[in-house]
Write a protein that binds this ligand. Structure first.
Ligand code: 1GP
Length: 250
């Protein structure tokens, strides 16, 4: 079964939990160990990526992560220099909230030949940045305006456009370290009207808030920053348990 179908299966019965690892500044030994801790404490998948890569060997980090876990490992590219064969799939993001052609299609054109060369599974992802109280790295790096926090109708129209264009999943992101996460009402609106699975991330700092976002309709919840700050395996378990308590009937 390809990874996308696995995701669909996983999201049939409950909400799922992804840990985001930004390997910049970490050794491959550290990233491998951290991924293992995520899996042991209930994570359903690992996203690997960041807005910038200064001191890093992306390939070596991915290899170390893959060697330590059985759960799916996804490349979550800030920019498309991050293509590597050592992942289960790449979330091929088009920043559909943006009007910056480089983020809508330019970066993807650069990445496509390598994706083909590696035979990497690509999951076409409609990536939507939502305003979150401050300029996040992804706002700045993508040179694009986020969708206003309270404009649920604009968010829905954008996600529907992604669906009708044939994207396979929608990622609603407030941006890493966001002051506040995406509103429940916006998530709910998309869940009610879309046929695609929804990933929600950015600024989710507690298991309670993660559960609330899953209850609102997120199929996959992502946390990154808070895990880096706390370095506490128990917190990962609390996130996983809270998210897994949200059951689905499909
Ligand atoms: C960022 O959605 C992810 O793209 C995770 O955000 O680091 O704020 O958890 P945080």
């Amino acid at each position: 079964m390809n990874v996308y179908n696995k995701l669909i299966e996983m999201s049939k019965n409950r909400a799922n939990y992804f840990c985001l690892i930004d390997p910049d500044g970490m050794t491959s030994e550290e990233t491998g160990k951290f991924a293992k801790i995520c899996q042991e404490n209930g994570a359903d998948g690992i996203l690997v990526g960041g807005s910038i890569m200064i001191e890093n060997d992306f390939d070596a980090n991915l290899k170390a992560i893959k060697a330590n876990v059985d759960i799916p490992v996804f490349i979550f590219p800030g920019i498309f220099n991050f293509v590597s064969p050592h992942a289960d799939a790449i979330l091929l993001l088009s920043v559909i909230s943006s009007r910056n052609p480089q983020m809508l299609i330019g970066e993807q054109v650069r990445a496509a030949p390598l994706i083909k060369h590696y035979g990497l599974e690509s999951i076409g992802t409609g990536y939507m940045l939502i305003e979150s109280g401050q300029t996040t790295s992804v706002n700045y790096m993508s040179n694009s305006l986020p969708i206003p926090h309270d404009k649920d109708d604009i968010a829905l129209a954008t996600a529907l456009a992604g669906q009708y264009l044939g994207m396979k999943i929608i990622y609603m992101d407030a941006g890493s370290g966001a002051k506040y996460p995406i509103s429940d009402s916006m998530i709910h609106k998309l869940k009610q009207n879309l046929e695609l699975p929804i990933i929600v991330g950015g600024g989710i700092k507690t298991p309670e808030v993660a559960k609330q976002k899953a209850l609102a309709g997120a199929d996959f919840i992502v946390t990154g920053n808070i895990l880096e700050k706390n370095n506490d395996p128990n917190l990962i378990k609390q996130f996983a348990d809270a998210i897994h308590s949200v059951k689905r009937e499909r």
